[in-house]
Design a protein around this ligand. Structure first.
Ligand SMILES: Cc1cc2nc3c(=O)[nH]c(=O)nc-3n(C[C@H](O)[C@H](O)[C@H](O)COP(=O)(O)OP(=O)(O)OC[C@H]3O[C@@H](n4cnc5c(N)ncnc54)[C@H](O)[C@@H]3O)c2cc1C
Length: 376
């Protein structure tokens, strides 16, 4: 067992930890950081999407693989679409492999940061003046602990967003590269909402995801099989090669996030940085990382900053309550949302940058009866 000391020890080396570490390093942070990651090789099978290039810091903008100016939802053959305003709120995507490459290269160039892979945290506790963390090979004392370990608790009541995505390559033009299908073919069966999410990088290459909003977590192998079936029913006999896959089971539970205490700080999904109703976390985590990095560089205490304000949590909670009680209305709700708001209002709401007038427009777009029932 090697003994180490650090200013910050990060439990988990995923998106949230690496976002903070890059934000600090690019501001010239010289403190010592140790990251403990349980996986031997980072899980790069993820694609992070968000609206508006300007929603992420400049150094991440160069990682954007593609932007789309149009997105749509559809149900029973009816499609509603929105378009961005002069490209300002385009839908953008960053591949996790590009993000990890960028962050891990930066870490390699900075001697003050160590990334220890294959190190599952066995024990982590507060002690006088900081924390003590143990993994298989390391015993670390540090001033601050950044906890990003997420443990799904399937006993929690609520919905789960479950999806399996396959990256497809076709030898003929199959996809419309100018438009993202956010929720295509929305359907509800037995209280479970289903739809396809199609992210076309070109006319020949796309990420195709079959997604479910379900009252219980679904099994990985079932998700993969459903996605394959959806692909073959949509594209028939056309030859498509599967390049790689990604999967997620995300809790749609708007519970209160854990509160940072003294030297113990939470981030990412564990820190409540993911929008319960959408599963989006990338932009809010970047916002959090910038606030923490600025504060630390100014020698101020670690701020207890929550990037998703209470008003969004409250709105997501009511929305999810409507879905949990009456999932069959969900397709109509999503169509209405895009139909009755403009793309500025919708995307500012999705990235937690909405004005009170935007929030009013979102509320007005929803049917009153179901929401009043859910509220009371
Ligand atoms: C497939 C997929 C697609 C997504 N797409 C989007 C999207 O388009 N847009 C968006 O905004 N969000 C998206 N999300 C949601 C969210 O942005 C991601 O889940 C994001 O990775 C969350 O960051 P995190 O740091 O909280 O968790 P992670 O990135 O998962 O990092 C946590 C790390 O902690 C490690 N760990 C856990 N326990 C231990 C332990 N005991 N010891 C050591 N290490 C440990 C894990 O191995 C992991 O590497 C997506 C999620 C998934 C799964």
């Amino acid at each position: 067992m090697k003994h180490e000391s650090a200013d910050i020890v990060a439990l988990g080396g995923g998106m949230a930890s690496l976002s903070l570490v890059t934000a600090l390093l690019l501001r010239g942070y010289r403190g010592k950081i140790i990251i403990l990651e349980q996986l031997v090789a980072s899980n790069v099978d993820k694609t992070w999407c968000f609206w508006g290039k300007g929603s992420v810091p400049r150094y991440l903008q160069s990682l954007i693989r593609k932007q789309w100016s149009r997105w749509s939802v559809s149900h029973n053959g009816r499609e509603v679409a929105q378009s961005s305003i002069n490209g300002r709120n385009d839908y953008c995507c960053i591949l996790a492999e590009d993000f990890y490459h960028f962050a891990l290269t930066l870490i390699e160039q900075n001697e003050n940061v160590s990334f220890f892979a294959g190190q599952s945290v066995i024990d982590a506790q507060k002690q006088a003046g900081g924390v003590r963390v143990r993994s298989h090979d390391y015993d670390i004392v540090a001033q601050h602990c950044l906890d990003t370990r997420y443990q799904s608790d399937s006993s929690e009541k609520g919905l789960y967003q479950c999806f399996a995505g396959l990256w497809l390559e076709a030898d003929q033009a199959l996809f419309d590269p100018s438009s993202v299908e956010l929720m295509h073919n929305l359907e509800c069966h037995d209280g479970v909402l289903q739809f396809d999410y199609v992210l076309p990088l070109s006319s020949h290459e796309a990420l195709f995801e079959r997604t479910f909003f379900s009252p219980r977590p679904l099994l990985s192998e079932d998700l993969r099989r459903d996605t394959e079936q959806a692909i073959s029913s949509r594209y028939g006999n056309i030859d498509v090669n599967i390049q790689r896959s990604e999967q997620g089971i995300l809790p749609m539970i708007a519970s209160a996030s854990p509160v940072d205490r003294d030297c113990w700080h939470y981030a990412g999904i564990t820190g409540g940085h993911m929008r319960a109703a959408t599963g989006y976390a990338f932009v809010s985590v970047q916002r959090w990382a910038q606030v923490v990095a600025v504060s630390m560089m100014n020698n101020k205490p670690w701020p207890n900053y929550q990037p998703i304000k209470k008003r969004y949590r409250w709105m997501d909670k009511i929305f999810l309550r409507v879905l949990a009680e009456q999932m069959d209305v969900a397709p109509a709700l999503f169509l209405r949302l895009l139909e009755k708001t403009d793309s500025g209002q919708f995307t500012r709401f999705m990235t937690e940058q909405a004005s009170y007038l935007d929030l009013l427009a979102i509320i007005k777009s929803m049917p009153k009866r179901q929401f009043l029932n859910a509220l009371f």
